[in-house]
Every structure is written in C-alpha cells, then in structure tokens.
Design a binder for this molecule. Sequence first.
Ligand code: ADP
Length: 550
Amino acid sequence: MSEYPKSPLMGQMMSQPLLISSIIQHADRYFGSNEIVSRRVEGDIHRYTYRDCHKRARQMANALDALGVRIGDRVATLAWNGYRHLELYYAISGSGAVMHTINPRLHPEQIAYIVNHAEDQFLFFDMSFLPLVEAFAAHCKTTKGFIMMCDRDRMPAETRIPNLMCYEDLIAKSSDDYAWPLFDENCASSLCYTSGTTGNPKGALYSHRSTVLHSYASAMPDALNVSARDSVLPVVPMFHVNAWGLPYSVPLTGAKMVFPGPALDGKSLHELFEQEQVTFSAGVPTVWLGLLTYVGQNNLKFSSFKRTVIGGSACPPAMMKTFRNQYVIDVVHAWGMTEMSPLGTACTLQSHHMSLSDDAQQSILEKQGHAIFGVDMKIVDDMGEELPWDGKTYGNLLVKGPWIVSGYFKNEGGDVLQDGWFPTGDVATISPDGYMQITDRSKDVIKSGGEWIGSIDLENIAMGHPAVQQAACIGVFHPKWDERPLLVVVKKPGAEVSREELITFYEGKIAKWWTPDDVTFVEALPIGATGKILKNRIRDQFKEYKLPTA
Ligand code: ADP
C-alpha cells in the first residue's frame, strides 16, 4: 500500500497492524468490568460489561465463520444503538469481514439498492425493523440470510424473509474460543453510504488502520475528550458514520457506554442521562432541540451531564448558550462528514484565549474549529487557487488525511480527489490561527447579484430570537438579483412573532443587504435520514414563491 520511499535504515519497532479487534481486547483486559448499558428495542434496560461484550463478539465471530463469511465479505446491519450492534461492530470487522451499517430511515428501495451495491452476504436487523426488511428482502440479490437481533421467543411465527435466523440462537450454539485473526491494517473494515440527497448513495469504505487512527485522534482532550471516568451516551446513530467513531473510541478509553436504543425522545433520553449518570454525549442539533424542549418544559436539570459534542449541521449559537448558561454543559462544536470517518475539526479554546471576554470566547466557540491532528485543510477558489486564512475570505474547503476517503466504493463517481485533496462541498473561512467556520454547503449558498450570502449565519441569527424554534434560509428567484434570501420559520409552541419583527431582528447583526427579503411560517421543516434539515426539499416547496421585493 505504501507508495513512499524506504530509508536504508528502517526503524526497529514491532510490526503490529492497527486492527479493530485490538480495541475490544484492550477494553476486556483493562476495563473488563466497566459497564455497557442499553435501552433495548424490547423496552427494558440491559446491562453487561466489556468482558461480556468481548465474549459474545467472539461467539458471533465463530457464528459468522460457520455461516461461511470470509475476509472482505460485506455483512450488513440495520440497527439502533445497542449492545448487540456493538458486538457486531467487533465480530464482523474483527474477523476480517466488512461491517456495512445501513440507515433504516432510508426508503426500502434505497436500502435494497445499497445492499445490492455492497453485495451484502448477510443482514442483521433489530426486531423493530421486521416490516421494513420484509419490504425489501426479496430484492436482495446477494444476501444469503437475514438475522433478527433478538431471543428465540421474539421470532415471528411466519415471515416472507428468506432464511431468517435468530441472533441469540447463533450466539448460543457458538463457542467463545476464537482468536482474532491478524491481517494487513489496510484491509477494509466497514462501509457507510452517504445519504445521497442528490443521486445514488456512494460508499465510504473505511480500513482498520483509518478507524484505529481516527479513534485515537477523536478521543483526544481537544476533540471528543473521552476518558475512563466518563459515562458516554452516543445519540448519534451507529447506522450513520459509525456514531462518529464512539463505538471504537469509548471502549478504547474504557469509559462506560450507554446506548439509547430507539428511544430518542426528550423524556427517554433525560431519564437515561440521569439513571446512568451520563457525563458526555454527542448528536446533531435536531435531537438536542427535542431534549432541551422537554427539559425546559418540565423544569428539569441534569445532575451529571457535563459536555456534549454537536455537529452534523451547524449548531445554532442560541442552543450552545442554553446548554452553557442554563445547564452548565459545555458544547464542543465539531465538523466532519461520512467521507472523513467523520471527524475533521472540533472547537475548543487555547490558553491564550482564556483572558478574552465571554463574548469573544463565545464567538470562537461558535466556529467549527481546529483540524484535529491527522487532518489538514485548505480553502480554494473555483480555479483551485489557495485562499488566505484571514477569517473573512471564504472558499471551497478541501481536506486530506489518513481517515479521509481516496475515492468511493467501486469507484462510483470516478476520481474525486483534487491534487490529492478531498473536496468537501462545504464553503468556509479559516482564521489566521486556524479556526475554520462553515458558511454554507456550496449547494445551499444564496447567490444575490453575483455575491454570496451564507444561509447558516442568517439561520443562526433567527434561532437567537426567543420565539423561533427552527429556521432555514433559502435563496428564491428574484428578477433583479437572481436570488434573495427567504427565511422559513417554525415558531416555538405558544410563541408569537411577526414577519416584520424578525426582519428588524437582523438590524445591526449583519450587512444590510444580507437581510432576508421575506419570512414565512411553517408547522415543521423536512428532516432527512441523518437528522438534518432538507434544504433541497424546502427549495422545491418554495420554487414558485414570489418575494414582496420582486
Ligand atoms: P450526509 O450523508 O448527509 O452527507 P454527513 O454527515 O456526511 O452526511 O454530512 C456531512 C456534511 O454535514 C458536511 O459536509 C457539512 O455540510 C455538514 N456539517 C457537518 N457538521 C457540520 C457543522 N458543525 N456545521 C455545519 N455543517 C456541518
């Protein structure tokens, strides 16, 4: 794999491949009695330890072997965050097969497309997805069997799914006598398809090496900052970009793991946070909105929750302030993407920022942050020329590093790199001291009279208004300026605000010509399979919209 020259004098360190199986081995050996707690699809709370998890992962690895799964074969999962899913993360990748996590929120036709594209040999699923699997199983051309992740007594008496097996049966009949195989660290370990908002989904194929390196880097203090003293609840789903790597970085550090299963509503989450004394969590803004609304309405507090990482889409400053001022919870704003395993940047302060005013610190923390070691980034213009790091000039954001894709699975989309850099599709500024701020996705930028208006800024300001629950800003047709911003708003329950009030709210906060030309109120915004607001859907909805300024 290495295309780099060798020295006549090579280092004399042990040659040991970086393999995912070493993480669960380490967790068992050094943190064996630390807990993994799961709210199950069955409804109850399940508890066991890293030692138990490792044992059952070895049993499952033997079961996969008996099913004929070989190194490089793809094995799919359609499951919530839970202990069985974690066992599969290690059993499948650890044995040399490729863990292919599928997003159950996708349409059955899209799932069948992905399964066939990946050529999945087996598919594991949580029992709540039985009707979903029944809807597409017949279209899976390469899948030799389906395994429902439950006890025997939960299995359906009848089903249309061919060769349906029971997870606990497979475990029960398999020995835990299994030695994790050694192989090249560049072997594929897991596969995750981008959500494919435009065109067909494309697969990011991670390797053992990229995953282990990403786990080290993402656990660092100025990234996710996970330690053996934490109780970690990943709200980010294990079916999308490996839950930001937490199923690896948490066992690696020995922290307690708490899985929420399918119950992601405010009440269930708050209960679990309290019961399991969760200290750290991670998720997209839309999930936190639900939790904060519930906690606020019921006058609740958090007794142990100290830190959360928010990413996937821009974290509104108002949300950050609520976490910090009302609940004394630190928010780390992070940015990344499926193609980056996913972590690229995280925003934390440095010692020389400590003397700054609260406001000045806050404006740094609102950015997406510093590249974590291993990731390099730059901004370029449309000709590929590098742009200055002055915190003002914005350009296309490119990245490189050992956990960033070099291309998509089966070379879908052809050569994607530009001179060895991966184009993220995001538009950003970078400050002189290396803090990156996303102004927009390039396809969401509003183009007004040849100038760009960043929609994220406009949304963040609107979200700062006490009556606004959610906001999306899109460009709509304008005869003179090509596009002008339209603000689409969901009001907080029971709150009132007028169009004029919101437009006035922008005064003094941005350049005057950035101010939205109009505001429209809706009941809800469309949310995609990864919890993000679907701007393209909103643009379609307001395609014919006539601005009052037009
Ligand atoms: P998808 O499958 O929708 O592409 P990803 O999770 O890979 O899902 O999405 C990556 C994109 O999400 C980034 O390119 C960026 O546009 C957006 N994103 C992620 N984190 C942030 C953030 N903190 N702020 C703004 N945008 C973000």
